[in-house]
Design a protein around this ligand. Structure first.
Ligand SMILES: [Zn+2]
Ligand SMILES: [Zn+2]
Length: 251
């Protein structure tokens, strides 16, 4: 059977392949954490853009509010939970004890879905459910910016050091330090090292790249549109952009 989400083979009478199954399992287990973290992003100023009065931060905070209230999470997870309870002759939702908070409610239904995933994978609606879970998960990441937080770390340029250097978006012009080998660099030196390491990728978001290179978003998009810049999860490889910048005088 073909996986309902990708072209891979799905086995054991399941409608999803093993890879999509494990992605879905991870997403279900992340959702309660993302929902709890969303609360920490209600206050303006946590957006990284540093403009508490801008529309963007207002929109951002409304999204964080919705997410922390589980506005989109619970209806979807509960609809499918009810379906599973019917199908497996479990206690119907109406007879369940009410949860004391949204947090415990989200955690309980996410855990329920993980527990029953083996059975759900054999139902023909699993593809639709997986797509909804994916969307909920992506919203949570956008609201809490977790993945950007994680990838604003670049590999330490010191030979043999496997450490990562955290980039503080608020102090982009300061010195950067590796906590592992205690190496310390200026921004300029770090960019030189990035250029000297063509095999290493430095994944950063647009905002961070513009700050690092002191260019506008428009200038950056011009380069991205006209050159092959490696992209991953909405992030771009800084070292490629630095190299292009050195080759093209008009950048
Ligand atoms: Zn698949
Ligand atoms: Zn290091």
């Amino acid at each position: 059977m073909e996986c309902q989400l990708c072209q891979h083979d799905a086995r054991d009478e399941k409608y999803l392949c093993r890879r999509c199954e494990s992605i879905m399992r991870d997403q279900l287990s992340d959702i309660p954490t993302l929902q709890q973290e969303a609360k920490g992003f209600l206050v303006p100023g946590r957006t990284g853009s540093g403009a508490p009065n801008s529309e963007r931060s207002i929109g951002f905070n409304v999204a964080a509010m919705d997410y922390s209230m589980a506005v989109d999470i619970l209806p979807v997870l509960h609809t499918y939970e009810a379906k599973i309870r019917r199908g497996r002759n479990l206690t119907p939702p109406a007879l369940l004890r009410k949860h004391p908070s949204i947090e415990t409610e989200v955690a309980a239904t996410a855990q329920f879905h993980i527990t029953h995933l083996g059975w759900s994978l054999q139902q023909d609606w699993i593809g639709d459910f997986a797509r909804e879970v994916k969307e909920i998960h992506a919203k949570g990441l956008a609201v809490t910016k977790s993945f950007i937080e994680k990838t604003r770390r670049i590999p330490c340029p010191t030979d043999q050091c496997k450490g990562k250097i955290a980039i503080d978006i608020e102090q982009i012009l300061g010195e950067v330090n590796c906590l592992k080998c205690r190496g310390s660099w200026t921004l300029y030196r770090l960019l030189q090292l990035a250029m000297a390491n063509p095999d290493r990728r430095f994944w950063l978001d647009e905002e961070a790249i513009c700050l690092w290179l002191n260019i506008t978003k428009r200038e950056l998009m011009k380069v991205i549109d006209s050159h092959k810049v490696p992209k991953r999860n909405g992030l771009y490889d800084l070292s490629t952009i630095v190299r292009i910048r050195n080759e093209v005088a008009s950048f």
